[in-house]
Design a protein around this ligand. Structure first.
Ligand SMILES: [Fe+2]
Length: 241
């Protein structure tokens, strides 16, 4: 089972604050059945060039790898980024370097407000460019602002993968909405978006249990299999180190 979205690399963003915390997060992930974890710190174009970000991320990632205990060495860790939309991104030639390593999977975060026509058009341009496969991070956070679910259907139709956070299914106030979106076909993937061991913890196991309980075993299995297939189909030999 794969986690496509996590903040497990220490001290690069608002995620894990130490190697010890990252190790605890990874232990929890492993105990929940995760075999591959994409490590996707926030990338803000207003703060860093891709080159600077990658240097910082890779150095923290290498440091974490050196600290990993033996019993975690069988988890596959893939560095990536959660890239916040920025105007003009469709013209940027450096975006490929921010894909999840060894793949052409690109984790995109959109602004938490109603998107402008320009923003929507630019995302469609990126989708149609065929440069990479776009995963939309925590899709549930945008539904409130965009209102019309048809937009998300159109994004899916153009090949976007809609990712929801596991926590969306577990919070008592959002659980109902999460299951409704899941039933409606608006959840292609779930991921932890785990930040720490306190309030944004790795929680794939509990979310899948809930989905199995409420939607059936086949639905939960299909979700896991969908993630496995997505990664398998988008592995490449040109993007990785
Ligand atoms: Fe995130």
């Amino acid at each position: 089972m794969i986690d496509f979205h996590s903040h497990v690399i220490p001290r690069v963003d608002d995620g894990s604050r130490s190697s010890a915390m990252s190790i605890d997060m990874l232990k929890a992930m492993k105990s929940q059945g995760l075999s591959t974890v994409c490590c996707t710190p926030h990338y803000y174009a207003s703060q860093h060039s891709p080159e600077h970000f990658l240097k910082m991320r890779d150095s923290a990632f290498e440091h974490l790898l050196k600290k990993l205990p033996e019993d975690l060495k069988d988890i596959s860790l893939l560095p990536g980024a959660e890239v916040l939309y920025f105007p003009g991104m469709a013209e940027s030639e450096e975006l490929e370097s921010l894909c999840i390593e060894g793949t052409d999977l690109f984790l995109l975060e959109m602004p938490f407000r109603k998107w402008s026509e320009r923003e929507i058009n630019e995302v469609f341009m990126l989708l149609r460019s065929g440069r990479f496969k776009i995963i939309l991070a925590h899709t549930e956070r945008y539904f409130y602002y965009q209102k019309d679910p048809q937009l998300f259907r159109e994004l899916q139709f153009e090949g976007m993968v809609l990712q929801s956070n596991a926590g969306f299914f577990l919070n008592r106030w959002t659980k109902h909405k999460a299951l409704k979106l899941f039933d409606g076909g608006f959840v292609d993937l779930i991921s932890t978006d785990a930040h720490n061991t306190e309030d944004r913890v790795p929680n794939m196991g509990a979310a899948l249990e809930l989905i199995e309980l409420r939607c059936g075993k086949k639905a939960a299995e299909a979700l896991i299999k969908g993630g496995d297939t997505l990664l398998f189909r988008h592995l490449n030999s040109t993007n990785g180190k």
